[in-house]
Design a binder for this molecule. Structure first.
Ligand code: PXP
Length: 268
């Protein structure tokens, strides 16, 4: 005799529900959060050493456009973001505040005072135009670990910006961080479809390894409205940090609109 739905015992139905829920959770695709990097707004302001445009206003508009996080890089030479920007943003920004900084004691002391939600440790050279390569965690493990311990002690999450290299990911895991941000620059700079596909496969493999290590997967650098979708489709990417392309579009269409358009691309 076939047992009708209404005749199944409640325990059986409960078990089915649990299995369905588990399946739904396991097969859930993580939608990447969009972190908007507002450094370039400060770059324009610093070109005239004046008060406008204010990166704090840009952060507010980015939030209105759907940003899940605001990222800013306080550089040792203070070429764009100033200390007061960081302090004001801490009071103003309602979404995740992500501070990019070098793994140095001066910056660690500032982060400990301001308490952003997350710190992303990046390599920093004075002469570079932007962050050029990933942090060499293997060569700097003790210095990195010292920053990580101090930041985590006060509840700040730490991410390391590294190249998509399995040994660097393993070293990042060793340093005790919760996340890595894989450098997408080589993918973004690829000049042919073949080269781009090769770089994409490297990122894909590194992403899988990151997740296997139990780390959160972030990605960023050089991502644009044209090349972001493929990266956003990599399973389990939980955060994308994008600056130059969004600010460039914002100059023409407005900050809120530029963020809204990027958010749509990373969410689909
Ligand atoms: N992630 C990190 C660690 C960065 O240093 C930068 C550049 O400041 C970005 C992401 C954003 O890169 P882009 O400006 O090319 O989008």
């Amino acid at each position: 005799m076939i047992v009708g739905k209404e005749e199944r015992c409640p325990a059986f139905i409960f078990l089915i529900r649990i299995l369905e829920l588990n399946f739904a959770l396991e097969s859930k695709t993580v939608m990447p959060d969009l972190g908007v990097n507002i450094d370039h707004v400060a770059t324009v302001r610093q070109a005239r050493l004046t008060y406008e445009p204010d990166p704090v206003w840009a952060a507010v508009l980015a939030e209105l456009g759907g940003a899940d996080g605001i990222t800013l890089h306080l550089r040792e030479d203070r070429r764009h973001i100033q200390d007061h920007d960081l302090y004001t943003m801490k009071k103003t920004v309602q979404v995740k505040l992500n501070l990019e900084m070098a793994a140095e004691q001066e910056m660690t002391a500032i982060a400990l005072e301001v308490r952003p939600d997350q710190v992303s440790l990046v390599p920093e050279k004075r002469e570079e135009l932007t962050t050029e390569g990933g942090l060499d965690v293997i060569a700097n493990l003790e210095r990195v670990r010292s920053c990580v311990v101090q930041l985590q002690e006060v509840g700040i999450e730490v991410s390391l910006f590294i190249d998509p290299d399995l040994d660097q990911i393993a070293a990042a895991k060793n340093s005790g961080v919760h996340a890595v941000e894989l450098h997408t620059g080589r993918y973004a700079d690829a000049v042919s479809d073949d080269e781009q596909q090769r770089e994409f496969e490297i990122l894909h493999r590194a992403s899988e390894f990151t997740i296997e290590q139990g780390l959160k997967l972030h990605m960023g650098h050089g991502l644009t409205y044209r090349n972001v979708s493929k990266i956003a489709s990599i399973p389990n990417v939980s955060e994308l940090n994008i600056g130059h392309s969004i600010i460039s579009r914002a100059v023409l269409v407005g900050m809120e609109q530029a963020v809204r358009e990027m958010k749509a691309l990373v969410t689909l």
